[in-house]
Design a binder for this molecule. Structure first.
Ligand code: THG
Length: 369
């Protein structure tokens, strides 16, 4: 594919940070929830090494919030996910697969519980708001559903605690994984969670005011010099190594949550009511015939525009690669693939065609080690 640029318009939304990341040298974007999401700065590999050693500031405003509030909000949120939220607490974040009436995946948001009757679904790339509004209308729920002007800045990397405590105070170091709280800086209260789409640790600041967000962006770079702060973004290499799944890439609405390894969030024996529950019980009874696994391929390059088929020597289909990239740590191509049951044994070998040549690879467990 040739290089080209994407024409911007109102439909392809910018973020309050777009001018800043462009001044900071963003080198590619992807589109996520109809919004610009940076994909690289210096290069995928150089961003990767920096993320694992220092601290980065990410414009992840494209992780949009679907706000659901009102009397029936808990009922509606529970109806959308197979994770049992009956014991959920205000101040906590819940990673939760959303399931439709066929038992298939709709999204995998982080669900933030702001109050007993107020929730933010921090969504991956799919229009969850219409799904939620349809269910609310069909069930005559008393809820309000909207997309607030909230634009997340993530601070990720091993030095994230040092940078954030310099700005917000030592208390922030005590914030637990997947908890959120409010922290003040120069007169503005910021909603901050210990979370983020990397395995390097860090925070996500859900900013509800554009100016406060832009100011925070600038403070992070002013105060972060001593920690070698750089602009960054979700990194393809790091997230495949850590098995952080991507809706639309690794799984989508053709897959059920068992196939996508969400077993620990599928609570079929609880008495909460959610969409697709009976379908999922049938799937559990029958068992699945394919699931997401890791793959390693003996090559140094791969471009992923679509699924790539993996073959056994017998020419039988082993599975399909859904995301892949070269990893400097493994010194080979690594990926996430939907693998057919006969080939689930780690170390099963396969062949794959890349640019008209055949390469060998093997199946492995996730996360990759
Ligand atoms: N942060 C916020 N919103 C998001 C994402 C995010 N929305 C879109 C997308 N990412 C949703 N998908 C994920 C996938 C994985 C994780 C978070 C969101 C994640 N997983 C941890 C892991 O796998 O180690 C922990 C999961 C758990 O066990 O609870 O963090 O990144 N705001």
């Amino acid at each position: 594919m040739k290089n080209f640029s994407i024409a911007k318009s109102r439909r392809l939304r910018s973020t309050p940070y777009t001018d800043r990341i462009e001044a900071h040298g963003v080198s590619s974007y992807t589109v996520y929830n109809h919004m610009l999401l940076p994909a690289s700065f210096k290069s995928l590999e150089s961003d990767y090494h920096h993320l694992k050693k220092y601290v980065q500031v990410w414009d992840v405003a494209a992780e949009r919030q679907v706000e659901i509030s009102g009397k029936d909000s808990s009922k509606l949120v529970q109806l959308m996910t197979c994770r049992d939220l009956s014991k959920s607490k205000v101040g906590k974040c819940y990673y939760a697969p959303l399931i439709d009436n066929d038992g298939l995946l709709v999204n995998d948001p982080i669900i933030n519980k702001l109050a007993e009757d107020k929730w933010w679904l921090s969504i991956a790339d799919a229009d969850v708001i219409f799904f939620a509004k349809g269910l609310a209308a069909g069930n005559k729920f008393e809820v309000e559903i909207n997309e607030p002007n909230v634009n997340i800045l993530a601070v990720q990397g091993p030095l994230a605690d040092d940078l954030m405590s310099k700005l917000f105070g030592e208390e922030i170091r005590k914030l637990k994984f997947f908890n959120f709280d409010y922290f003040e800086l120069k007169g503005h209260k910021y909603f901050i969670a210990r979370s983020g789409w990397s395995k390097q640790g860090g925070f996500e600041v859900y900013v509800d005011n554009d100016i406060a967000g832009q100011n925070l962006y600038d403070y992070l770079f002013e105060e972060g010099k001593e920690f070698n702060v750089k602009p960054g973004c979700p990194n393809l290499i790091e997230r495949i190594e850590g098995a952080l799944l991507s809706y639309g890439n690794d799984f989508d609405n053709r897959d059920n949550p068992f196939e996508a390894n969400f077993d620990k969030f599928i609570h079929l024996d609880s008495d909460v009511d959610f969409l697709g529950k009976e379908k999922l019980k049938k799937i559990r009874e029958k068992g699945i015939t394919r699931k997401l696994m890791g793959v390693k391929i003996e090559h140094n390059k791969i471009d992923m525009y679509c699924e790539k088929t993996l073959f056994a020597d017998s020419k039988e289909v082993v599975g399909y690669v859904r995301s892949a990239t070269f990893s400097p740590t493994f010194n080979k191509v690594i990926g996430i693939a939907m693998i057919n049951k006969p080939y689930w044994n780690a170390k099963n070998q396969f062949n794959i065609e890349i640019n008209e040549k055949i390469y060998v690879g093997s199946v492995c467990d996730l996360p990759l080690v």
